[in-house]
Design a protein around this ligand. Structure first.
Ligand code: CP
Length: 300
């Protein structure tokens, strides 16, 4: 059973397949019985509106049955290991969709059993199903992802890491990251994305200021307070303030994207988020379409 713990679990062909398939679902395709005999566990230890609903709705719409677990439901709370938990669940479930918001090693422990597919619905390091949603949204809006120019403004969080790892694999794509100093992309992800972009004839470049913004097709931002995290510096808002997406930052870009939830007046103005060029809510709906593509791939 293939798992999706990181974008790096997908070869180029599978990555492109999942983006195209998500876009096809978004355009109206359906597969009501694709997972008719499957049982899918939905395990969220942290809050979620989009991802949890997308995978739950996606599983049900593909004909699967689901079991849901909240933060207080499994014996992990009383000290059972991730390995033992997965050894037990894999004898009963076909797929486990898990939001831990914790270290990647925990998801790797879930996946090590090899019988049950595991989908990372957001860890501390990476949010791969968000990146697939984002590329699906770009594919729907522009017809292709190759060659697109994206400006990402804000914290180099798990959404940004996954976006960098995924977008850098598309031919000629550009990702310009503008992150507050001290809140950039983890060097491991930045270097990997830079190398991939070079190989694909594109660009990944990070700066810690908002001067000389490049002309782009898409401006993307993310909430300053990423789910499950806090910032030790009490003055962090001062550091982040110049990185708000305004109409001036949006410039001539065709569209604005946001992984949501949003805080109007912090990372983005209401004028931009609710404006004519914002596709943030279509992007949120694409989480459901992309979830169906992921579940079909790993469980069918
Ligand atoms: N973007 C995102 O992951 O949203 P939720 O936290 O609501 O799932």
């Amino acid at each position: 059973m293939p798992s999706l713990l990181t974008i790096d679990d997908l070869d180029d062909e599978t990555l492109r397949h999942l983006v195209r398939r998500g876009a096809a679902f978004s355009a109206g395709a359906s597969a009501p019985d694709a997972l008719a005999d499957k049982l899918i566990g939905i395990y969220f230890r942290k809050t979620s509106t989009r991802t949890r609903t997308a995978f739950t709705a996606g599983a049900v719409r593909l004909g699967a049955k689901i079991i849901t677990y909240g933060p207080n439901d499994l014996q992990e709370n009383t000290g059972e290991t991730a390995e033992d938990t997965a050894a037990v669940l894999s004898g009963m479930l076909d797929v486990l969709v898990a939001r831990t918001a914790g270290p990647q090693a925990e998801l790797e422990a879930y996946a090590a059993q090899g019988r049950m597919a595991v989908v990372n619905a957001m860890s501390a390091d990476e949010h791969p199903t968000q990146a697939l949603t984002d590329l699906t949204t770009l594919h729907r809006r522009f017809g292709d992802v190759d060659g697109l120019r994206v400006l990402y403004v804000g914290e180099g969080n798990n959404t940004a890491s996954a976006l960098a790892l995924a977008l850098s694999r598309f031919r000629g794509a550009e990702l310009h990251l503008r992150t507050p100093y001290g809140y950039g992309l983890h060097p491991r992800f930045l270097h990997a994305a830079e190398l991939r972009a070079k190989h694909a004839g594109g660009t990944v470049v990070e700066r810690h200021d908002m001067r000389d913004l490049p002309g782009v097709d898409v401006v993307y931002t993310s909430r300053w307070q990423t789910t499950g995290t806090s910032k030790p510096d009490p003055d962090w808002r001062t550091t982040f303030a110049p990185f708000q997406v305004t109409e001036a930052v949006l410039g001539d870009a065709a569209v604005f994207m946001h992984d949501l939830p949003a805080h109007r007046g912090e990372e983005v103005t209401a004028e931009v988020l609710d404006g004519a060029r914002s596709i943030a809510f279509a992007q949120a709906e694409n989480k459901y379409h992309s979830a169906r593509a992921v579940l079909e791939w790993c469980a069918a």
